[in-house]
Design a protein around this ligand. Sequence first.
Ligand SMILES: Cc1ncc(C[n+]2csc(CCOP(=O)(O)O)c2C)c(N)n1
Ligand SMILES: [Mg+2]
Length: 281
Amino acid sequence: MAGVVVVFDFDKTILDCDSDNWVVDELGISELFTQFLPTLPWNSLMDRMMMELHSRGKTIKDIAECLKHAPLNPRIISAIKSAHASGCDLRILSDANAFFIDTILKHHGLIECFTEINTNPSFIDEEGWLRILPYHDFSSHSHGCSSCPPNLCKGLVMERIRASLPAEGKKNIIYLGDGTADFCAGLKLEEGDFLMPRKNYPIWEITCTNRSLIKAKVHEWNDGEDLETILLDLINPFFIEEKYNVRSSTTDRMVLAVECKFLTSSIPAHEASSNSTLPVP
Ligand SMILES: Cc1ncc(C[n+]2csc(CCOP(=O)(O)O)c2C)c(N)n1
Ligand SMILES: [Mg+2]
């Protein structure tokens, strides 16, 4: 497995909309949603909205069908498949919920690419009502972060993800996201990691004004095409390093990022399959 962990936000990063808003709008309860919004935290409101759909006769199947049509750029599908094929450890960190994410990833044939989905848990109760629970049980104690919603602090989960990685053979982390909570996750990145904030989204604005707080290298992206190009360019040097048993520094990796396409196309087939050592440029 290449020494890279890629952590994706889900809504407005993998999916090109908010899955919560998509379901609420498509299944015709936007007005009710807006009416309740000032009274409930978002996560509790989504659970309440699922009850509303259930009482209006909408089934789990209706919700799943609706999710399958949510917009997902094909370049993001190919980026995820390529990163997985390169041996990266792919994970999700999202404030949507398990049912929405599983349904969408399965529909696009992506679920097997991920080793872990960190999100609000969900289950279907005995009456067929989709229940959505908070990731952190905030009724007992607060996570203490003022920039994240009470149900999920992405910074805290990033710390857990890092702590779960094997101590030997340090892994580098690439984080992609769009929201304020994704910035909180970005604050936990270290030197050698990469933050990919979506341009003109909240994370990008905050990153621009708080650049000195981020230890990782920052690469902004606009759309699926950008995401694919930048992500694969970041991953490639790690892949080359592992494949040809080359160790390099962060600076070397930047050179490798430029050179690796040349290297892969110029290595004779018999060498490409062996564990040969290439000189680091
Ligand atoms: C102004 C404003 N009010 C409420 C919300 C809440 N919210 C909207 S969509 C969503 C799911 C994000 O999933 P993911 O983490 O996958 O992007 C959440 C928690 C917001 N983002 N902005
Ligand atoms: Mg998002």
